[in-house]
Design a binder for this molecule. Structure first.
Ligand code: COA
Ligand code: AMP
Length: 631
């Protein structure tokens, strides 16, 4: 059907028919009893009673259908100079063997496997091996510090942790093993075993009785077969930032996830089995889970696992090199990557060196796509540039331009229209539905489509409180925006303390908790201020305790280091200043929104409830010392 409107209407009027049809593309060990179980709590569940194995569908199925010799995964690592291709048959063998390695450590259905790995093939292999056994993986991004890793270990309680000796950033080797050891030492839960991939760039000391070497363990392992699990069983937990220091463990189930992700490949991205698909992200983020590992493999595509950056590895032509060398048809990345390329190569000179004729579309997501970036990419690449909007919680696009159904007019700044299954509404703070063009809270009327989170790991109540309570019957996205008269969605900002730094989701509340823990800090406020390259940067203002007198520079570097040590370098926290007081309402609420406007030199209204307006001049002064509030 080449009619988006008709398809979308059907998905809402007959969700069971729509997704039931989509599910027939996969292999089921046992058919579902009901496509959509509306009685399930806390939210309706997809494919209840059905059984399948996600790894079987992503890997073995293609070998059995004759794609064994096709490239499944291409590892391309400019930071090490390595390239390696796994065919579907080779990937199946490696995954089966690593599943055997995990099983030998006692991992079975429902057990958790925590994966703390850089962008090497072993990351995808470990994820798929966990899925093969019906275990639940939880991947932790390498840019997080030991403390964040410990929080996730305590929450997920993994039986086994899979890690490596190091990751490689362009400016340094990041040794992982000491971080892992520190995290385990600090965690209350202890894994039974750790399996460590040794890389030549750093050695890892193995702890007798607990740690195993990946290569030796693999050499001894017996391949393990796929274990059928319930469609509603969890496939993975992925932690994401909420409003506090305690991250939210987003749960993804097996059945709905496989069905929805498989559906997106043809209908949104317009790729088919055999096409080369590249998501330039990291397996530590949802984009990496969905579009480096699961969706391209479920669809029988070739996926690229790229260990490098858009610039500096070695130059701003890095993406073009990969696209031409591997005949990439679709690239998916964050706008910030294009801003980085544009900054170093504004005229697009590096593009002239490569043949991009095999590429069809560029997809962007992860943060708001500013029209300038979209125009630049479109002009230089000479192809459609599609912005699409989604979240860790949904696992796939809420709004997109359905390139495989009916490509629609692109309106720069809008991620286009709601995707099938997402009944998107815009509500006022009071819960009234708003007219076209009016800005409000973006919500999704329940039920959510397949692949969206059914709960938070071990915490139904937090799931209900965070997403379902504010507007009963609706899922709260946490984003604000509007719908225009043509039905296009415009996603403008967050309504909570989440900020987006270089496409990475961070909690200002978590950074505030770290700053507040410093011995000299009485109170603080962290906010996201505009940055030309990263979209937003966290900026902190701290008030010192009475009697504390500190050298500003020295205190700044202590606070910056504290965030780096406790959250990680990925927080990119470098802007902090002391102030005498913070602006508050009479009821004591810190006026972060007003401070952001001052920092970004935007017009603002003096809040009627402000306690003492003269504080804002002091704030502007402090912001100017950090290079903000200039206008
Ligand atoms: N392991 C350890 N450290 C990491 C890391 C990892 N996997 N990833 C990032 N870091 C570190 C970086 O080395 C940097 O440290 P530094 O402060 O010592 O320089 C810090 O975390 C911030 O990293 P990053 O935000 O990536 O900034 P950058 O300046 O190194 O690079 C971009 C900027 C735009 C090139 C980069 O952010 C990028 O490629 N973004 C693409 C967006 C993306 O992948 N988004 C994911 C969702 S689609
Ligand atoms: P994450 O869970 O890390 O994927 O971050 C999700 C959040 O990033 C969303 O709730 C939005 O605030 C923002 N986001 C992602 N994609 C877009 C987009 N295309 N346009 C605007 N905001 C986006």
């Amino acid at each position: 059907m080449n009619d988006y409107q008709a398809l979308y209407r059907r998905s809402l009027a007959d969700p069971a028919g729509f997704w039931g049809d989509a599910a027939t593309a996969l292999h089921w060990d046992k058919p579902w009893d009901t496509v959509l179980d509306l009685d399930a709590k806390p939210v309706p569940r997809w494919f209840a009673g059905g059984e399948l194995n996600t790894c079987y569908n992503a890997v073995d199925r293609h070998v059995e259908m004759g794609r064994g010799n096709q490239a499944a995964l291409i590892y391309d690592s400019p930071v090490t100079g390595q390239k390696q291709t796994y065919t579907y048959a080779e990937l199946r063998d490696a995954v089966a063997r690593f599943a055997g390695t995990l099983r030998a450590q006692g991992v079975g259905r429902g057990d958790r496997v925590l994966i703390y790995l850089p962008m090497i093939p072993e990351a995808a292999i470990a994820m798929l091996a966990s899925a093969r056994l019906g275990a639940v993986h939880s991947v932790v991004f390498g840019g997080f510090a030991a403390n964040e890793l410990a929080t996730r270990i305590n929450d997920a309680k993994p039986k086994v942790i899979v890690s490596a000796s190091c990751g490689i950033e362009p400016n340094r080797v990041v040794v992982y093993k000491p971080l892992l050891d520190e995290a385990i030492a600090g965690a209350t839960h202890k894994p039974e075993a750790c399996i460590i991939k040794a890389r030549p760039q750093a050695e890892a000391a193995l702890m007798e009785g607990r740690d195993l070497d990946w290569d030796s363990a693999m050499a001894e392992a017996q391949p393990a077969a796929c274990v059928a699990v319930k469609a509603t069983d969890p496939l993975y937990i992925l932690y994401t930032s909420g409003t506090t220091g305690q991250p939210k463990g987003v749960v993804r189930d097996n059945g709905g996830h496989a069905v929805a992700l498989h559906w997106t490949m043809k209908n949104i991205y317009n790729v088919e089995a055999g096409d080369v698909y590249w998501a330039a992200s990291d397996v530590g983020w949802v984009v990496g889970h969905s579009y480096i590992v699961y969706a391209p493999l479920l669809a029988g595509c070739t996926t690229i696992l790229y260990e490098g950056k858009p610039v500096g590895t070695p130059d701003p032509g890095a993406f073009w090199r990969v696209i031409s060398e591997h005949r990439v048809k679709v690239l998916f990345t964050a706008p910030t990557a294009f801003r980085a390329i544009k900054k170093e190569d504004p005229e697009g000179e590096y593009l002239q060196k490569y043949d991009l004729s095999g590429m069809q579309t560029l997809f962007l997501a992860g943060e708001r796509c500013d029209p300038d970036t979209l125009f630049w990419a479109r002009e230089k690449l000479g192809m459609p540039v599609v912005d699409h909007w989604w979240q860790t919680e949904t696992g796939w696009a809420i709004a997109a331009n359905p390139m495989g159904i009916q490509p629609m007019e692109i309106k720069p700044g809008s991620p286009t229209v709601a995707m099938p299954g997402y009944d998107v509404r815009i509500l006022s703070d009071q819960g009234d539905e708003l007219a076209d063009g009016q800005m409000g809270n973006i919500v999704i009327k329940l039920p959510l489509p397949p692949a969206c989170l059914p709960t938070l790991w071990g915490n139904d109540q937090r799931f209900i409180d965070s997403y379902l309570s504010k507007y009963p019957g609706y899922y709260l996205t946490g984003d604000a925006g509007y719908r225009d008269a043509d039905g296009y969605l415009w996603i403008m900002s967050r309504t909570d303390d989440v900020i987006n730094v270089a496409g990475h989701r961070l909690s200002t509340g978590a950074i505030e908790e770290v700053l507040a823990g410093h011995q000299d800090v009485a109170e603080c406020a962290v906010m996201g201020v505009a940055d030309d390259m990263k979209g937003q940067l966290p900026l902190g203002l701290v008030v010192l305790k009475a009697g504390a007198s500190r050298d500003e520079r020295e205190l700044q570097s202590e606070l910056v280091q504290r965030v780096r040590d406790q959250i990680g370098p990925v927080a990119a926290f470098k802007l902090v200043a002391t102030v005498k007081r913070l602006p508050k309402t009479r009821s004591g609420k810190i006026l972060r929104g007003t401070m952001v406007k001052i920092a970004d030199s935007e017009e603002y209204k003096m809040p009627a409830t402000i306690d003492d307006p003269s504080i804002l001049d002091e704030i502007a002064e402090a912001l100017r010392t950090l290079g903000y509030a200039k206008g």
